[in-house]
Design a protein around this ligand. Sequence first.
Ligand SMILES: C[S@@+](CC[C@H](N)C(=O)[O-])C[C@H]1O[C@@H](n2cnc3c(N)ncnc32)[C@H](O)[C@@H]1O
Length: 542
Amino acid sequence: MERLPKQVQWGLHVGLPAIILPAPPAQEAQFMEYARVIQSLCMEAAQASVQLWIKVALTDVALHQFDILSRLCDAPACLGMILFAEPLAPGSTSASSSSVSTGTMVAAQMTALHKAIGMQLKALCFPTKVFLTNKRGYPTLAKINQVLLTEALRRIGRTLRIVVEGPSVHEISDGAGTGGTFCLPYVQYIHHVRERPECTQALDTELAKAELHYLDSLQRPLQPLADHLENQMYETFEKDPIKYVQYRSAMLRAFDTIILARANKNGQGQGNMMTDDDDSSHVTNTNQNNIVVFVAGAGRGPLVTATLEAFEFVVKQQQQQQQVGAGTTLPTLTVFALEKNPSAVIYLNAMVQGDPQWKKYKIKVVHQDIRLVTPHLVDGLKADIVISELLGSFGCNELSPECLEVLLASEVCKPITLSVPMRYISHIAPVSSVRLYSEAKHQAQLPAIIAIGGGGANGNSTCTNAISGQSVGPLAAMETPVSHVQRRWLILGTYFMFVLTLFFFIMRWQHCIMFSQTTLNVHYAATTITSTCKFKNTNSTL
Ligand SMILES: C[S@@+](CC[C@H](N)C(=O)[O-])C[C@H]1O[C@@H](n2cnc3c(N)ncnc32)[C@H](O)[C@@H]1O
């Protein structure tokens, strides 16, 4: 242990990307001394942007030890673990063994791996003695270690490092001639596993590559209402493989609902809930076959495309009905793409002029905040459907209920205008990750101004005054403005919590800390995170 600081300092001096350190000693006094040394080395390593990787066996005891070590050192981001695969017990040496005991071992190993992934797992090490020998004399891994390698690669992705350690125990030339390490066949075997479809399908797809920078890293919540999003961010949204399919099918249902309601009205010769007859405002859509869609917050237009695709499908259905003599009239479509981001508006206008699918329809781009849309901007028409995706990235921090409420209640919508989605629920789930914890801790230590205020919630504020300050890191999620009344309750609530906590602190100081933390968490979840928003008309769901 005495030589450790000097060895690490040499590693820092020569600029190694990572330094592997021995496993912590089991004996308590030595363990504490080891933790103290590691803590001070971490400070030096962090300054030099070098990682320190502690050797850890894939057992519950070893993982627990690493967890304690990491906590004692204050969970620095530069402290990671390198998991060591153990040689198999004698008797379980088959590379493709599929016995029940292998199954149990694999399950236990997966549970341990799952824990390790939340604890700064940086690398896997396979000592050469762990490798078995195949029929041709080449190194191969036992089934259990193949599963470990594959799963770790799939879960951690391209940032996981694989290390082969030790002298060659297979007498196969690696082509390096005399003086070679004879270790190339081991590395080739690792490459072979990496190239299997189980790994390539998880790591080498376009989606996997796009996700790479977002995995296991703390993201600053976006503020798409206060800020103008960049092109690259829209590109990332548009790679979502599920969202637009869901929107398309929701739009199909919305179109069907409107067409059916209009057909019923025509058949019955009287007013119906999906027609304009109950429209009290002076603006009405005179062409009863025309369906007017507002895309609220159109971005670069994927929801416009989803709308067009759904409409095309509906028209095809109608044409088929005409052929069988059902006597339907084909609907027409008018789309207004409402967007406040000037750069996105340029993109939308280019789409209107250049995209072959868009050119087939009447699409108008309106550069305006959706809360300020007036009849003359939308040619005096009223929306039959408002389609939007204004969720922000934490809870509904894009103020979507506040913005949509204003639009849906305005004179450019009808009491019967459908909203897609008609409701959404934000979920929050607990995760355990040393990496994220240390990142959050680091960011929380940066100076932060948390904005509580602005008039966004009343629907009258502009984009710029909705959020009035700058905050840092995870705290940025709290930026959703609260009204003055809410703020007063928040201050009163905090004061009440403080008095209550003080009371309990005096009564039972040991339990008090637990109590206050729990209560504050619940309060935070209830007011800021958990949100269920519901919009008008329940006919279309997403
Ligand atoms: C989360 S993005 C989604 C964009 C697009 N629907 C997509 O799927 O890529 C939300 C978009 O709504 C716009 N937006 C947010 N609030 C708005 C408002 N009040 N008025 C107009 N546009 C708004 C943002 O500028 C952004 O382009």
